[in-house]
Design a binder for this molecule. Structure first.
Ligand code: DAH
Length: 346
C-alpha cells in the first residue's frame, strides 16, 4: 500500500480531495487566463503535482509502484480535464463578469440609406460643380446684418417681423434663407465668385403639406465681369434638365427681392403630371422652385465690390420642393417623420 502517509506528508485521501478541488476550480475558471492560473498552481513546475512526484522517492520501494500509478493517474486526469475546459472556453468566450456571450450571432438592424433631402443636395452640388461652382457654408445662427441689412432688406420689411423670424434674446436669429452666405463669401473673397451654399433655413411657418418651420435651400451666386440674365436663364435651365430629365420645361416670372434687380421666380413643369395639372401642382402644371435675379448693386457695395466692375446672378431654391416632385412625395412632413419604412425607399 501507499501507506498511511503518502508523498510530501500527504495522505492518499488528501490527494483525492485535492484532485476534486482542482476539478472544481477548473470548472469555475471563467476564461482561459483563469484556467491557466489553475494549471500552474497544480501542474506547473513549482506546483503541487511535481512535489508529489518528488515525494515518491522517499517511499519504501514496495509502496512506490502503486503510489507512482496513482500520481500518474492524477496527472493525466487533471491534464485531460484542464484541456477539455480550455477548449470549451475558447469556443464560448464570455467577457468576465459582463454576462455577454460574444459567440451569439448579432442582430441585423438593416442598412441605412441617404435622406431624400441629402440626395437632392448631393445631386445639385454635382451639377453645379460641373459648371465650375464650389460649395460654401455659413452659420445657421445669424445676425440681422447678414440675414437682412447687407441684403438690402429695409428695416420695416415684413420678413423681419417676429411672426416670420425666430429671434434670440441676444438679437441674433435663425437664418430665414441661405442668402447671408452670399455676403459672407463676398466679404472674404474677391471676384470672380461661383458658389452654391446648401443649408437649413428657419421660419415661423405653420406646418402643413407644403410648409415646414425648418427647411432647406440651395443658394447660388455667380459674380464676374459681364454676367448677365442670359447666364442665369441658361444655367438654371441646364440645372433643371440635369435634375429632372430632358423633358422638364422651365419658366421665369417677374418678381421682387430686395437683393436682386431685376428679380424672377423660376418654376419647373410639374414632374408628377407632366404639366397637365394635378393635386401636387394645384392644377397649374408648374411648381415654384426658386427665387433668382441679378445681384442688386447695393449688395455689392455692402461687401466692397464695385458694381461698375462686376455683375452677378443669384438664386435660392427650395430643396424639399425638388425632392417632392422628383420622388413624388405628396406631403413635406413625410421628410421629417423619420419613418424608416418611408426613408428606406430612396
Ligand atoms: N432668399 C430668397 C427666399 O428665401 C430666395 C432668393 C431669391 C435667393 C433671389 C436669391 C435670389 O439669391 O437672388 O425667398
Amino acid at each position: 500500500m501507499f501507506g498511511k502517509t503518502g508523498t510530501d506528508g500527504m495522505t492518499i485521501e488528501e490527494i483525492r480531495r485535492i484532485t476534486a478541488e482542482v476539478l472544481t476550480e477548473a470548472e469555475a475558471a471563467v476564461d482561459t487566463d483563469a484556467l491557466e492560473a489553475v494549471r500552474i498552481k497544480y501542474l506547473g513546475r513549482k506546483g503541487l503535482l511535481p512535489r508529489i512526484m518528488d515525494g515518491l522517492k522517499t517511499l519504501a520501494p514496495a509502496a512506490r509502484p502503486e503510489a507512482g500509478k496513482l500520481a500518474n493517474e492524477l496527472k493525466n486526469g487533471l491534464t485531460a480535464r484542464l484541456d477539455a475546459r480550455k477548449q470549451a472556453l475558447q469556443q464560448v468566450a464570455p467577457t468576465p463578469g459582463s454576462g455577454l456571450d460574444w459567440s451569439l450571432p448579432g442582430r441585423w438592424r438593416g442598412l441605412g440609406s441617404r435622406h431624400p433631402v441629402s440626395l437632392v443636395i448631393a445631386r445639385a452640388a454635382d451639377i453645379f460643380r460641373s459648371l465650375g461652382f464650389t460649395v460654401a457654408d455659413g452659420p445657421d445662427v445669424e445676425t440681422e446684418y447678414y440675414n437682412f441689412d447687407a441684403l438690402n432688406t429695409p428695416a420695416d420689411h415684413p420678413a423681419r417681423d417676429v411672426q416670420d423670424t425666430f429671434y434670440f434674446a441676444t438679437g441674433q436669429l435663425l437664418r430665414t434663407q441661405t442668402s447671408p452666405v452670399q455676403i459672407r463669401v463676398m466679404e472674404r473673397q474677391k471676384p470672380p465668385v461661383r458658389i452654391i451654399a446648401p443649408g437649413r433655413c428657419y421660419r415661423r411657418d405653420t406646418t402643413d403639406a407644403t410648409h415646414s418651420a425648418n427647411f432647406h435651400q440651395i443658394e447660388g451666386l455667380y459674380v464676374d465681369r459681364n454676367v448677365s440674365m442670359a447666364d442665369l436663364k441658361g444655367d438654371l435651365t441646364h440645372f433643371a434638365r440635369q435634375m429632372m430629365g430632358p423633358g422638364v420645361r422651365v419658366r421665369f416670372r417677374p418678381h421682387f427681392f430686395p437683393f436682386t434687380e431685376p428679380s424672377v421666380e423660376y418654376d419647373f413643369s410639374c414632374h408628377v403630371c407632366g404639366g397637365k395639372g394635378c393635386r401636387v401642382c394645384k392644377d397649374s402644371g408648374w411648381i415654384e422652385i426658386s427665387g433668382a435675379g441679378m445681384v442688386n448693386p447695393k449688395v455689392f457695395r455692402a461687401v466692397g465690390y464695385d458694381p461698375d466692375e462686376v455683375t452677378g446672378y443669384a438664386f435660392g431654391m427650395g430643396v424639399e420642393r425638388i425632392a417632392m416632385i422628383l420622388y413624388g412625395i405628396p406631403d413635406i412632413r413625410m421628410l421629417y417623420d423619420n419613418d424608416a419604412r418611408f426613408l428606406a425607399q430612396f
